[in-house]
Design a protein around this ligand. Sequence first.
Ligand code: PAF
Length: 274
Amino acid sequence: MQIINTLEELIKVRKSINKSIGFVPTMGALHDGHISLIKLARENNQIIIVSIFVNPTQFLAHEDLDKYPRKDLEDIEICKNNNVDYIFMPNKEMMYQGLDEVLIKAPKLSSYILEGKTRPGHFDGVLQVVLKLFNLVRPTNAYFGKKDAQQLSLISQMVKDLFLDINIIECEIIREEDGLALSSRNIYLSKEHRIEALKISQSLNKAKELIQNNIIDTNEIKFEMINIMNTLDIEYIAFVNREFNEIKYIEKNNTIILIVAKFNNTRLLDNLWV
Ligand code: PAF
């Protein structure tokens, strides 16, 4: 495995590769969720490139950029153990070279709702860095988790709208045995918060059960979900179709139920695709 720290090195390596490339962009602090993306990429590509870059432009001024977990040595070990070929670990100065650069704007309607409402501009930063990474790595397939459903949808739209020749591969949410969706931010949870946090996945399980019993009215489902999460600080529960339009009735195989709940300063996201 080769660790690449400069743009020049990456460009040189990329020029030498004439094989299929599976790309897993990350912000590090790798967990089993990321490992599942790497494993899937490993199965379907000849070369695997993982990037580790905590992208400042997707954090709002008051957010946890400085506190965001950084675990470079552990991450390198994880990549080595999972047969990654190259890790690209740039710094901020390499990725953002000018003060007045060309900017990517996420679509207005779908990027300023849900996550984008609480974090206005967040998705501009995500798309900006993902496009830069795509242009550098020029992957065949790029892997993203369904847990960040809105991010996944906007990246897929960017690829379509900007005619990028890259397949976006949607990857399943990985959960702890108790149901908690894996996230690099889970380490911020105290024992008590963690017990409370489990109510999020429990409420999604309840929604799944109701839908299996042919309940399709989202208000009815939401009511039951809130009952389970009644001690939590819920920021939103949303029912959307794959285009991220809000729906009143469940559309089977075309619905995502999204939840965000907060504990002190930690926001936990989870969702269910039905
Ligand atoms: O999901 C993430 O870790 C980040 O948003 C991404 C896609 C690596 C862009 O910085």
